[in-house]
Ligand binder design. Sequence first.
Ligand code: AP5
Ligand code: MG
Length: 212
Amino acid sequence: MKLILLGAPGSGKGTIAEKLAKEFQLQHISVGELLRQEAQSGSEMGRIIKQTLGTGKLIPDHLVIEIVRLVVKGKNNFILDGFPRTVHQAKDIQDWPIAKVIYLKITEERAVERISGRRICVKGTHTYHIKFIPSKKKGFCDIDGSKLIQRDDDREEIVRERFKVYAKKTKPVIDYYRELGLLTTINAANSPEKVYQDTRKELVEPSYQANG
Ligand code: AP5
Ligand code: MG
């Protein structure tokens, strides 16, 4: 099964993708995470990515497409978290047999509240929220015990830029998939457990209507 997960910054893409990946045995491909790793790698591509990554703007389409194509090569079961993010990227993969595009819908106000309390482990793999999804031991990851930190691009002025870019470049991708009849909208404002249950029901019982 090939899935796409779309939504505003802080809508909960990473949180839901991690759970779906576990239950449905899909590879979780977080494109933001791949880009952060590439930026740290010291490669020439990483150097170019680094210039843009912390600014809230998008990495050029051709670089992101190259990275994603390399990672998905030969894989049949995956969930793409945060890709495609432009209509150009969506058209580039139009021949991929995508089972569903899940859109996590949320207001900007609520998403900002989530981002401001987000903490990730230094390895970048596990995500918490100081109020909504706290770790058992304050400041440390439950899974690998590493320290919890804030993401560089979670500063207020960068978050504002990420929302601007989302409205301009990624909302048209949502319309694109809606027109293709592939889009399923989930109310992402609910609790983590409710959002997950609504999403998984859409995969196992496609007629289920999460939004009534
Ligand atoms: P990326 O890392 O993908 O950032 P984003 O899209 O801004 O999304 P976030 O990771 O901030 O949020 P999320 O939706 O994953 O929410 P999360 O689960 O963490 O991309 C970063 C950058 O990379 C981009 O700005 C761009 O520069 C570049 N990039 C990435 N993809 C690209 C592409 N395709 N093309 C070009 N450039 C690209 O949840 C947020 C918080 O809320 C957490 O603290 C979590 O614990 C909590 N939470 C989650 N669900 C709930 C809930 N239901 N209730 C309460 N709290 C919740
Ligand atoms: Mg994420």
